[in-house]
Design a protein around this ligand. Sequence first.
Ligand SMILES: [Zn+2]
Length: 597
Amino acid sequence: MANPPFFPESFVAQLKDAVNLTTIVAEVVSLKKAGRNYQGLCPFHTEKSPSFMVNEEKQIFHCFGCGLGGNVFTFLMQYHHLTFPEAVSELAQRLNIPLPRKGIDPPAAGDQSLKEQLRTVQTQAAEFYHHLLLKEKIGQNGRDYLRIRKMDSRIAEEFYLGYAPEGWDRLVSFFMRKKVSLSLLEQAGLIVKKEKGGYYDRFRNRLLFPIFNDRKQVIGFGGRALGQETPKYLNSPESPVFNKSRVLFGLPQASQAIRNHKQVIVVEGYFDLLALYLHGFKQTVATMGTALGAYQIRKLHGLAEDIVLLFDGDPPGIQAAMRSIPLFQQEGVTSRVRVLPAENDPDSFIFQYGAEGFSSELEQAEPMLSFFFNQHIKSVRPRVEDQARMVERLIPHLKVLTSEWEKAHYVGLVSQKLKIPEGILWKSLNKDSPGAKNKGRIEQSLQEEHVSGIEWRILEAMLRLPQAVPLLLNGGKGDLFESPEAKSIYQLIREIYNQKGELDISLLMDRVENQELKNRVSALAIRAFIDQKDEKVFLADLSKRVHLRALQQREKALYEEIRSKEKSGMNEELKVLLARKKDLLQKRKEILTSSTE
Ligand SMILES: [Zn+2]
C-alpha cells in the first residue's frame, strides 16, 4: 500500500477534499482552460507547446510530453522533491489543518528529518537576524545601510531582511540558549567550527538576505558586508537543503506579479532586485551570483512566457549575457536580453531614470538569439580568416534552431553581416540537420497510449465513464485480465468502488505504488469524450471486444480438449466438442459482423 505508515487514509482524504489541484498547480504553472481540462507548459520537462493537463473534476494531472501523471500529492512530491509524508504535512500546513497526533518525523526518518531540522534552524536564524535589524539598538548599522541604499522598512519586511552584528558568537549563544545542537547549525552553514574547538558565527556585520524555497521556508542566506569584510557578498555554503544552482532569490515574493504580468525579469544582484521591486517591478527574481543553470531555466520557463534577462552595462555584464544564452538554447527555452547603458546596473539605473526610463529599457530587450548573433558579429574584424572562424563558431548555434523560420532569419542575418553567401551557410547547416518535430506530440502520445489490449480498454472505460464501472466489474471480467499490471489496477478499482460506491481516481492514484503505472492511468483517465455519441460507440465496441475475448478463451480451452480426445481416440465425445467449436465460431462471426451503432 502506497499510503504512509504515518497518516491514516481518512486524514489524507480530508486534505484532498479541502484542496483543489488546479490551484496548487496554478501557483507554478500558468494554466488555460482547454475543454474539460486545464492546459499549460509542463514544469517537469522543457517544452514550447503545452502538453501538461489538469483535470479538475477528477483532481489528477498528466503530461503528454514527458508522461508524468498523478494527483495533488504526486505533484507536490515531484515538484518540490518531497516524500509522501512530507507532501502530506506540507499540504496540511498550507491548509491550516492540524496533523494527526502520531505525525511524521519518527526518529527513524533519518535524512528527511535532518532536512526538516535544517530548514527549521535556518528559519529561526532568519527570525533572530530580522528582529535585530528592525527592533534592536545593535541593528542600527544595518538600518543605516538600508537608508543609504534608499530602501524602506516595508522592503525589509517583505523580504525578511536581517542584520548579523559584529562579534563572533551572537548566533552561537542565541542557539545555545535554545539548546539547539551546534553541529546542526554547522551543517546548515550558519556557524563555522574553530580549529581548536568551539564555533563562531559565519555572518558578521552583514546585511542578510534570507533565501526561501517554494514552500516559503528559509534554506540559506546571502550576506552583504557592511564594513571592510571580504568577500563583499557571502552566501551560505551548499547544504542538504540549499543548492545555489536551483534557487532564485525573491521568487516567493514575485510569483503573484509574475503570473499577473506573464513576465519574469531576471537580475544578478540582491539590490538590483530590491530596487526594481521598490519601483513596482515586482515580477523580478535574482540569481545567486552564478550563471543560470538548466534547472532554473526550466523553472523560469514554467512561470512565464516572457523571460527578460537584465545585465549590467559593462564588459562583464555582456559576457554574462553571452554565457547564459547557450544554456537557454540547450533547454529549448527562449528569452529576451537587455544590457543596460554603460556603467549602469539595474539598481543605479532605476534610481536615476525612474520607472518610466526602466520600462523603455525593458521594451528594448531583444530576442536572445538576435542579441547573441549580433554581439558575435560585432566583435569580428573584417578579415577573411576572422570571418571564416566566426562562421565556424556560429554554425552549431544555427544548427540547433528547431524553427525553420528562425533558422532562415538568422542565416540571413549572419550572411548579411559577415558578407557570406547564404547558400554556403545552408550547405554547412544541412550536413546533419536535427529537424526535430514538436508538433502533434499530444496526438502521437495519445495513439501510443491508445492501447490495443482489451485489458487496458476496460480500464480506460472505467477511468473515463463512471457508468462503465459497475458494468465492467460484473460478470467475471476480471478473468479476462492477463497482464499483471492491468489486473492490479482492475483489482484496486474494484476495492475502491466497493468501499466508496464510486471510483475516486485521485484515491486510486494514492494506491497505485508504481509511478510508471500512475502515469499510464492518468493518461487514460484525463481524456474526456467529446460527446455522448462517442461514449456509446466506445462502450459498444468495448462490449464486443469483451465478448470476443471471452470466446477466444473458451475456444482455446476447447481446442486443447479436442486435441487430447483425438489422441485418445474418443470419437463420440470428440463429435460433441467439434459441434461446440462450430457453435463458438458462429457466435464469433455474429459478433464481428454486428454493427456497433
Ligand atoms: Zn512533462
